[in-house]
Design a protein. Structure first.
Ligand SMILES: [Zn+2]
Length: 411
């Protein structure tokens, strides 16, 4: 939250962000209306607009309105003036996107990736990104959003731990910034997916969104009043490690019967192997082949999806009862093949959620398929655009909830 004792520079950044957000929300908009929306003085609006115009991030439309007897040009977001680069590390590939300022995907690249040590992974990624940055025709904001597995210290740009990969204390920002000249903004890849769905996808226009990404693990992103809830120390949303089966198998986290052991991509393949009597030999079985078999009506495949949906449905119903969202989006690679699993999960949620909560929310499959994480990381860069363009020492996205900070009256 904004600290009033933080000084005039922070006040300036806050008000600049406030004006930028109002332009984005009400584009095209007059200076007079901006003053009304932000409750800042006309003089402040003029000063801030005069700072924003030279960056190209906004422009005058050429259309004028009469405000208080004086004609004034309308202002709008100049969506193609700058672009954001985002990348998500998925199990077998990196998905790289470049979006414009409105979040529209202008370019997407899928780069096959091998499972390597963290140092090799981020060195190679940095080299690939350096080549993309060099070749692109788009004017990029000076940062790249990076979606990674695990719990991420976003302030430091470090993966604290990734149960999936067995990584601990990986300094992603430092490793990447050795290879590229852009600042690396690091975030959990599913949290980024939630950001993408909430901004531009199935959760767009909703104030309180829960996004659940089902992949090799299961992670929930919580967006409260449009802002990501990160918990006390970036550990929020780790629903993959809530207990689903009290006496279930041992998890890498040390607990037993964690949700992601019974309801993830890996769990689905293992479960299918067990039910089909393959005694651990699941070589050619994939999540995709199981989903296709289920579509053809194969009983074992359908049973596996039902079992998984039961666990996920209960976990998500619990989240809905706790957080009372108005939008719930379920995505991730396991759901991208068809809507069968989504519909099964939906049925369980409808049975297990309080009617009050259920009647006040929507349940949707993810709008983005395999690029939710990368679009979300680009959105993270966009959140920092003013900090990046105005060279704040640390690019901080200042929350603009609540009343604007009043300027000191001039005497
Ligand atoms: Zn666990």
């Amino acid at each position: 939250m904004f600290d009033k004792a933080a000084g005039p520079e922070v006040l300036k950044q806050h008000n600049r962000q406030l004006v930028m957000s109002a332009i984005e929300a009400h584009t095209p908009v007059s200076r007079a209306r901006l003053a009304r929306y932000t409750k800042l003085s006309r003089t402040s609006i003029s000063q801030i607009v005069d700072e924003l115009l030279p960056t190209g991030i906004i422009r005058e439309t050429g259309e004028s309105v009469l405000t208080g007897g004086r004609p004034g040009l309308l202002l709008e977001l100049n969506a193609d003036a700058w672009h954001a680069l985002g990348v998500e590390l998925r199990d077998t590939e990196w998905v790289v996107v470049i979006t414009n300022l409105a979040g529209k995907i202008c370019r997407q690249l899928n780069i096959p990736a091998e499972y390597k040590s963290p140092e090799d992974t981020f060195r190679t990624l940095g080299q690939k990104l350096a080549a993309i940055i060099k070749q692109t025709e788009y004017k990029l904001l000076p940062a790249v959003g990076v979606g990674v597995p695990g719990i991420v210290d976003e302030e430091a740009g470090v993966i604290i731990q990734s149960e999936d990969r067995g990584w601990v204390d990986v300094p992603v920002r430092r490793l990447l910034e050795k290879e590229i000249s852009l600042r690396a903004l690091v975030i959990n890849r599913h949290i980024a997916g939630g950001l993408a769905e909430s901004r531009y996808g199935a959760g767009a226009g909703k104030s309180h969104v829960i996004y659940v990404g089902v992949d090799t693990g299961v992670v929930a992103a919580l967006l409260i009043d449009g802002q990501l809830y990160k918990g006390h120390a970036y550990g929020s949303g780790q629903i993959g490690h809530i207990t689903a089966v009290p006496d279930g198998p041992l998890c890498s986290c040390g607990n037993r019967g964690c949700l992601e052991l019974v309801a993830s991509g890996r769990a689905l393949v293992r479960l299918y192997g067990e039910k089909a009597g393959l005694s651990g030999n699941t070589g050619s079985i994939t999540v995709e082949s199981i989903c296709q078999a289920a579509m053809r009506g194969e009983k074992i495949a359908l049973d596996c999806l039902e079992e998984m949906a039961g666990h996920l449905g209960i976990a998500i119903a619990n989240l809905i009862n706790i957080f009372n969202p108005n939008g719930v989006v379920i995505g991730g690679s396991v759901l991208q093949h068809n809507d069968l699993l989504f519909n099964m999960i939906k049925k369980v949620i409808e049975q297990r959620t309080l009617k009050y909560h259920l009647s006040r929310t929507t349940l949707s499959p993810g709008h983005f398929r395999h690029n939710a994480g990368s679009v979300g990381t680009a959105a993270l860069v966009l959140d920092h655009k003013l900090g990046l363009l105005f060279n704040h020492e640390r690019a901080v996205h200042i929350q603009i909830k609540g009343a604007p900070i009043r300027e000191k009256s001039r005497t």
